[in-house]
Design a protein around this ligand. Sequence first.
Ligand SMILES: O=P(O)(O)OC[C@H]1O[C@H](OP(=O)(O)OP(=O)(O)O)[C@H](O)[C@@H]1O
Ligand SMILES: Nc1ncnc2[nH]cnc12
Length: 176
Amino acid sequence: MNDDLRRLIRTIPDYPKPGVQFRDISTLLLDGTGFRMTIERLAAAVGPVPNLIAGIEARGFIFGAALAQVMGCGLVLLRKKNKLPGMVTGINYALEYGVDRIEMHSDAVSPGARVVLVDDLIATGGTALAGVELLRSAGAVVDIAAFVIDLPDLGGAGHLRAKGVDVKTLVGFAGD
Ligand SMILES: O=P(O)(O)OC[C@H]1O[C@H](OP(=O)(O)OP(=O)(O)O)[C@H](O)[C@@H]1O
Ligand SMILES: Nc1ncnc2[nH]cnc12
């Protein structure tokens, strides 16, 4: 499925540390048709238009912003720590290769808002789970999350589904 998009994603071994197969979306973005098809397919997978798309810094902003624009809804930025100027609420999380923190403006999401989380890739799911927890702590309803790439061997999509999130992905890289 989506083999045309898969062919546009470059794999760089041992980046940013030995043993990690880095799935690089730069090559997909350089191909205008590939980028457009990616956004169209994410929109189709998400279905009904939500109140907001939540994009996770940094690569999630690329797909989240484009998706919000084509779907005709707003965009909330989930940013790395100390980037937002207003009052923030935040959460720490573990990565495949480190530890980080995401924050959002405390007044960004109204209670009951239907928010779809978007990122380029789900690996361990630590980032996405933190995003869902952060949004839900503000009263958002987060039932759907969409990713261009799934690394199923790392189990993130399963962790997210266990939290009641319907996970949509376009391209899976398993077994290598
Ligand atoms: O499922 P996980 O194990 O949490 O990993 C997935 C996250 O890792 C990458 O972001 P990264 O933190 O490298 O930041 P970047 O987008 O700023 O490059 C990717 O864009 C996801 O956000
Ligand atoms: N293997 C990987 N490739 C690209 N981005 C990632 N984020 C976490 N794991 C990754």
